[in-house]
Design a protein around this ligand. Structure first.
Ligand code: SAH
Length: 230
């Protein structure tokens, strides 16, 4: 089964973007996943192909119209059961857990907002799951959609060259990852920690675990005390 991402956007040319390169790009070429950008504007029927309008109640900016967005969503077949996401700073913060769930499914439909956002009624009427990639505001949902897809595609079966290299990452075991080193043995007077070149794998595992715990306690205590939303 090929993981299929359908993206509703005013900027279809932004896709596949960086996902057309490197391992994700090769997997795309091999047909291990597929991306189908849909131009929302193509669903507008008036002469000017209007997709937005001024906010009810006044205020700055424009709001994406619910009727056009609903039509774009309905345009995707009715027996399509992929999760329908809306990239939104008000959404539930994206986690590796949600990424893993999405990667085991058949794909996603992602709506990319622009301007001030989208009319609330289409979010409710089409049961869009709002997803945020962090507590900051982007100018549009496209880079957020690419970020989410990047996280999902890299863990699809067969996408990463070395299958193991996907399993010891930050967050996978509830901790930040230990630090990495490679040659040269001495860089600007700094040596690779001796344990890593000792050949003692039990010691190396213990050292890495300690480092991971120390880093997590320093930088992300919320991951240790269970308050993190993972
Ligand atoms: N006025 C809105 C922000 C609109 S930004 C508010 O204050 O909540 C325009 C679009 O960019 C949004 O509709 C959304 O699709 C996208 N976007 C911006 N920041 C985002 C974030 N942190 N995560 C996901 N999508 C985001």
């Amino acid at each position: 089964m090929t993981f299929r991402a359908t993206i509703l956007t005013l900027y279809p040319e932004m896709f596949p973007g960086h996902l057309g390169h490197s391992l994700a790009g090769k997997a795309l070429e091999r047909g291990q996943w597929a991306i189908e950008p849909v131009q929302i504007r193509d669903l507008a029927e008036d002469r000017h192909r209007t997709v937005d309008d001024t906010p009810a109640g006044g205020g700055a900016g424009m709001v994406l119209k619910p009727d056009i967005l609903a039509k774009a969503i309905d345009h995707i077949s009715a027996d399509d059961h992929r999760p329908r996401l809306l990239m939104s700073p008000r959404g539930r913060p994206l986690t590796q857990k949600r990424v893993r769930e999405l990667a085991t499914g058949e794909g996603v439909v992602i709506v990319c907002g622009r301007f001030e956002g989208v009319d609330q009624r289409v979010i409710e009427a089409r049961q869009l799951e709002e997803v945020s990639i962090g507590d900051y505001i982007l100018s549009g949902g496209e880079p957020a959609a690419l970020t989410l897809l990047d996280a999902v595609v890299r863990i699809l079966p067969g996408v990463m060259g070395n299958a193991l290299s996907g399993t010891h990452e930050s967050f996978e075991d509830g901790l930040l990852e230990y630090p990495h080193y490679t040659r040269p043995q001495v860089f600007e007077g700094r040596e690779i920690p001796a344990v890593l070149t000792s050949g003692n794998h039990a010691e190396i595992d213990r050292w890495r675990r300690e480092q991971a715990l120390k880093l997590t306690a320093e930088r992300r205590p919320d991951l240790l005390d269970g308050s993190a939303k993972t």
